[in-house]
Design a protein around this ligand. Structure first.
Ligand code: ZN
Length: 252
């Protein structure tokens, strides 16, 4: 089995500053996510946090990462633009990216989407019912028709994202809102999955169904080794035809 190299990135702030959150995730959200992924025999999982040199996302680490998972909330602005651009370039080059919960406002995600990515939100211990609306999608493998999270933060439409290439999950909240909670896009050679649950105050990343979703998402997002398209001026025709070279003319 070919290994899939996964890096779980977390800003790792709430768990160290708020004892209620520390009680939920004593080793950090990244370790809870990594623990679930390590159940998969093919995944090689490492973690990275904001306080590491270069946010733990130096060129070498990213070059060796097949799928990057991103959890961030209050420190989006602390991620240097240079690092966000580095992540964006790696995605365009084929790395998978899984963005969780409030990571929808992270610099790499906003850059890759090209929209503001904001939504409604409310912390009110409401129930979230996640409907799996594309049962044949690889990220839905092994899931029931819907999943209920007894208490979660509420997010509500409109979620200001580009229309997903594939919408796998839609959430309903007991306060009445709905939200596109499992969204897929392709950007360049890379695949991106956004998954909504995972507010820091609730222990959702220990749940077997959520762990199944993240494992499925890593398998879906890993680089597929597809062709690198030729871009730009291609002077020699593939077929044996006369070459009429207009390359010195201006092309916008
Ligand atoms: Zn939250």
């Amino acid at each position: 089995m070919q290994p899939i190299n996964v890096t779980v990135w977390n800003e790792y702030v709430h768990e160290r500053e708020d004892e209620k959150i520390a009680a939920v995730y004593p080793n950090g959200i990244h370790e809870a996510i990594a623990e679930g992924l390590r159940e998969h025999p093919a995944f090689k999982v490492k973690t990275a946090t904001l306080d590491m040199p270069e946010c733990g996302l130096d060129e070498e680490t990213l070059a060796k990462t097949d799928v990057l998972i991103w959890w961030g909330h209050c420190k989006h602005a602390a991620v240097p633009d240079e690092i966000a651009e580095r992540v964006q370039r790696r995605v365009l080059d084929g790395m998978g990216l899984i963005v969780l919960h409030s990571g929808h406002l992270s610099k790499p995600f906003v850059r890759l989407m090209g929209t503001v990515c904001r939504s409604k939100w409310r912390e009110n211990d409401e129930r979230e019912r996640i409907w799996i609306i594309e049962p044949a999608h690889p990220i839905a493998a092994g899931l029931p028709e819907y999943i209920e999270l007894e208490k979660e933060e509420t997010y509500g439409e409109r979620f200001e994202i580009p229309t997903p290439d594939e919408l796998v999950f839609v959430s309903w909240f007991s306060g009445g809102e709905i939200f596109r909670s499992g969204c897929c896009w392709k950007r360049g050679l890379g695949k991106i999955f956004y998954f909504r649950p995972g507010h820091e105050a609730y222990p959702v990343y220990y749940r077997p169904d959520v762990r199944q979703i993240l494992k499925n998402a890593v398998e879906w997002a890993e680089p597929t080794g597809g062709p690198r398209p030729t871009l730009g001026h291609f002077p020699k025709p593939l077929e044996d035809i006369p070459l009429v070279d207009h390359s010195d003319e201006y092309h916008p």
